[in-house]
Design a protein around this ligand. Structure first.
Ligand code: FDP
Length: 314
């Protein structure tokens, strides 16, 4: 194809066109992201049609599984498999790494349905994906991802992707196509909104107590939904904010997962000009030692992340 060729149209570009013209990636990675986007459309539909009950089983973290957790996991698994581009994948709903095509170029990590405790109350929920080149992800770091994306199923279904060349937002339109909504989302250094997870720990954790008081005294606005996808999307959408889920007596190593949650979001937020830290080191540089690894996380506007980490480790 002719170099620099652009589809001139008055319509918003599709995800495929955007990946092609702005993603600056090869065809294989583009196809993999499109397979994931296709899976997300099925999850979007499953959320509307699957009954909300529990399965009676628990995932690797001991959390009760919803039917929808497993349906979403199955949908994504099938699309990854059919892509023929995935060597292995790790899902929050599986205990082990699942091997697919041994000569395929990528490994995918995903949380099929983040925020599942909010399904019954009809709040926004989402799916999170990180893509690595090659095989096993153990020993790698979130900075080794070649792409990360998430989808948010709220009043509207959105997809946000990053392939190391900006962070871009798409909306699922009425004919089932993801089309561009906003390009190059950015995060300012200072925050006006805060999203404090693990709030109970302020009772026995003085530094976190101090952080919370600093935020309250500065008049920043509380924005915490209980779904990490929605809370991080809030930061990206408003262009500022800070989300924290620090360690505490209940979760000595943090609650949120490095592989499925904090890693992909660290990659996306970093490429939007923000930062993510576990309080001491950047999440991007944190080595993955096991798939069930959890981590404390402070993520969002750079200066606020820096200041919060300094207060937490004082
Ligand atoms: P959920 O358990 O509903 O799946 O990953 C887990 C997560 O939600 C995040 O999406 C969310 O930010 C966090 O847990 C909420 O935890 P709390 O219930 O402790 O606030």
């Amino acid at each position: 194809m002719q170099a620099g060729y652009q589809c001139a149209s008055s319509l918003r570009p599709s995800l495929n066109e955007h990946l092609f013209s702005k993603g600056k990636i090869g065809d294989e990675l583009r196809h993999l992201i499109l397979h994931i986007a296709q899976a997300a459309k099925y999850v979007h539909s499953a959320i509307r049609t699957t009954e909300m009950g529990l399965t009676g089983t628990r995932n690797q973290f001991g959390e009760k599984q919803l039917k929808l957790d497993l349906v979403s996991d199955d949908i994504i698994q099938q699309h990854l498999c059919e892509s023929r581009l995935v060597r292995s994948f790790v899902s929050e709903e599986h205990k082990e790494i699942v091997e697919l095509a041994h000569d395929a170029p990528y490994s995918v990590v995903f949380d099929p349905l983040d925020g599942s405790s909010l399904v019954d109350v009809n709040f926004s929920i989402g799916s999170i994906f990180g893509i690595f080149r090659g095989g096993s992800i153990v020993g790698k770091k979130p900075e080794d991802q070649v792409a990360a994306l998430y989808t948010i199923y709220g009043p509207r279904t959105l997809l946000v992707y990053c392939t190391c060349n900006g962070v871009h937002e798409f909306i699922l339109n009425e004919v089932g196509e993801f089309i561009l909504l906003r390009e190059f989302l950015g995060i300012a250094d200072g925050a006006k909104n805060f999203s404090p997870g693990n709030l109970n720990s302020i009772l026995d954790d003085k530094p976190y107590h101090d952080v919370l008081h600093a935020w309250l005294h500065e008049g920043v606005k509380l924005r915490y939904s209980g779904c990490m996808v929605a809370d991080i999307h809030h930061i990206l959408s408003k262009g500022q904010g800070v989300f924290a889920y620090p360690a505490g007596s209940r979760y000595p190593d943090g609650k949120l997962r490095l592989v499925f949650e904090c890693g992909p979001f660290a990659y996306i937020v970093h490429h939007a000009g923000g930062a993510a830290s576990d309080g001491k080191i950047a999440i991007m540089g944190k080595e993955i030692t096991s798939i069930e690894q959890t981590t404390p996380v402070i993520i969002g506007s750079c200066k606020e992340v820096e200041r919060t980490c300094a207060l937490l480790t004082r």
